[in-house]
Design a protein around this ligand. Structure first.
Ligand SMILES: NC(=O)c1ccc[n+]([C@@H]2O[C@H](COP(=O)([O-])OP(=O)(O)OC[C@H]3O[C@@H](n4cnc5c(N)ncnc54)[C@H](OP(=O)(O)O)[C@@H]3O)[C@@H](O)[C@H]2O)c1
Length: 430
């Protein structure tokens, strides 16, 4: 071995061993619910991570806890102003308060880890500006797909490679509900109650079931995977609140399952579109077998080809694992590169038509949606299959929810102004 090489290896080993012997990172944990307790529990089992929970803040002083009351602070501001803490982990279920806490911590140049996807999706530009101005770091791997390391994969590994699509099942609780309905024949309400009992559902189930939660995750991935900064309202999100056995049976007739698929798709002319809706998924898709509370992400990269990541998308330990992966990364001063956001090349478009299956008895809504190229229409079951302009769907999103309509896309998408023969070859990896 050459002297230079052995010296540099010795130097690297020295750096690593000095890191290992460094004092534990002192964590201030804000929130001790499903995620906060998961983080705490893993740290009790993994003392080698060289991090320890020094303080915990919660909200309700009357709630029974697994630790003595003296272990808690009931004012998160105390942790915010404690200079003895190296990292703040924010795991609360209140997005506006989470933003207040995280932005205040970043304003002090602190290192922060959050699991709050709604907060990151709504405030990413401000959070980036605060890090830039005050030198702090915010990591949020747990905010997207629980235990799956998708943000770091897209940000670091695929930071410079064009991606044809990034698509997947980003919400564990709606996937759990769909699995119970498909496999056990459960009614929607019973399946949702089961998801809540298992701790997979958000405090407000609308976030999961109306696909607001996977939409937030899609916003975050659009920034890392494509360098496109989106506001959540720009993305069509349709949920499963009105799904029925009729819809599950319709999918099964053609050997398919209904899954809530969040898809980010590169289009010709440097355009990107993002859709978060129920979709018919066939047996050939890697997403077909992603069941229960699991999440799955298919990355279709221009040169690397197709890759598939699958893992638990919710729950205390899987999400806690992602939080602690961020804490460990902070030891090495890791921060996201946002390489594609620094050199944006794509424009977001909704100027498309998508083929959907829609079940509704609301004739007015059917007229307003303006279906074309209808391939199926069954009066007795009240469904129709055809193309609808994406902008029209966005406009009528709330009306669809209010009317109790259920919509799922077939996977076919075409430019708004062309003929059927010009259908875009989208979603090939699904
Ligand atoms: N659950 C999952 O599987 C999962 C997965 C990925 C991401 N996430 C995200 O992780 C975050 C936490 O979710 P969770 O499921 O752990 O929620 P949770 O079980 O409802 O727990 C929320 C915790 O936050 C505390 N809290 C709320 N407001 C607070 C405040 N102002 N100051 C201090 N503590 C406060 C609550 O205190 P009390 O105990 O006093 O009520 C509770 O301990 C959310 O952003 C969620 O979207 C969750």
């Amino acid at each position: 071995m050459s002297t230079a090489l052995s010296n540099s290896l010795a130097g690297a080993a020295g750096a690593a061993s000095s890191d290992i012997s460094a004092a534990p990172l002192r964590i201030g944990l804000i929130g001790f619910g499903c995620v906060g307790q998961g983080v705490y529990d893993i740290l009790q089992r993994l003392p080698g991570l060289v991090a320890e929970v020094r303080r915990i803040a919660v909200k309700d002083p009357t709630k029974p806890r697994s630790l003595p009351v003296s272990a808690f602070s009931f004012d998160a501001n105390e942790l915010l102003h404690d200079p003895e803490l190296d990292v703040l982990v924010e795991a609360i279920d209140d997005a506006p308060e989470a933003f207040r806490l995280v932005s205040a911590a970043l304003g002090q140049g602190r290192k922060v880890v959050t699991a709050n996807k709604a907060m990151v999706a709504q405030h990413l530009p401000e959070l980036l500006a605060l890090q830039h101005e005050f030198g702090g770091t915010l990591l949020y791997e747990a905010a997207v797909c629980g235990s799956i390391p998708i943000i770091r994969t897209l940000d670091s590994y695929f930071g410079h490679e064009p991606l044809r699509s990034v698509s997947g099942i980003f919400n564990g609780s709606s996937n759990y509900v769909l699995t119970r309905m498909g496999d056990d024949g459960s009614e929607y309400g019973a399946a949702l109650a089961q998801a809540q009992a298992q701790g997979f559902a958000e405090t407000d189930p609308t976030l999961d079931m109306a696909a607001f939660d996977p939409r937030s995750k899609a916003v975050i991935l659009a920034a890392h995977a494509y360098g496109v900064a989106l506001r959540p309202e720009q993305i069509l999100n349709l949920g499963i609140e009105s799904i029925s056995a009729t819809d599950i049976a319709y999918a099964a007739l053609s050997g398919q399952k209904i899954k809530v698929v969040a898809g980010l798709y590169l289009l010709p002319d440097n355009q990107l579109t993002v859709l978060v809706t129920p979709q018919f998924v066939s047996r050939t898709s890697p997403l077909y077998t992603v069941d229960d509370e699991f999440n799955g992400v298919v990355i279709d990269a221009e040169f690397a080809g197709t890759q598939f990541l699958r893992g638990r998308g919710a729950g205390g330990h899987p999400t806690g694992s992602a939080v602690l992966a961020d804490v460990a990364a902070l030891r090495g001063n890791y921060r996201y590169a946002y390489a594609k956001l620094a050199a944006p090349q794509l424009a977001y478009t909704t100027d498309l038509e998508i083929e959907i299956y829609l079940r509704t008895s609301n004739e007015v809504l059917l007229d307003q949606l303006g279906f074309t190229d209808i391939t199926e229409e069954a009066d007795e079951d009240g469904y129709i299959v055809g193309y609808v302009p994406l902008d029209t769907l966005l406009h009528h999103r709330d009306a669809l929810r209010k009317a109790g309509a259920f919509a799922a896309r077939t996977g076919n998408v075409r430019p708004a102004t062309t003929q059927p023969a010009d259908a875009l070859a989208l979603a090939t990896a699904e």
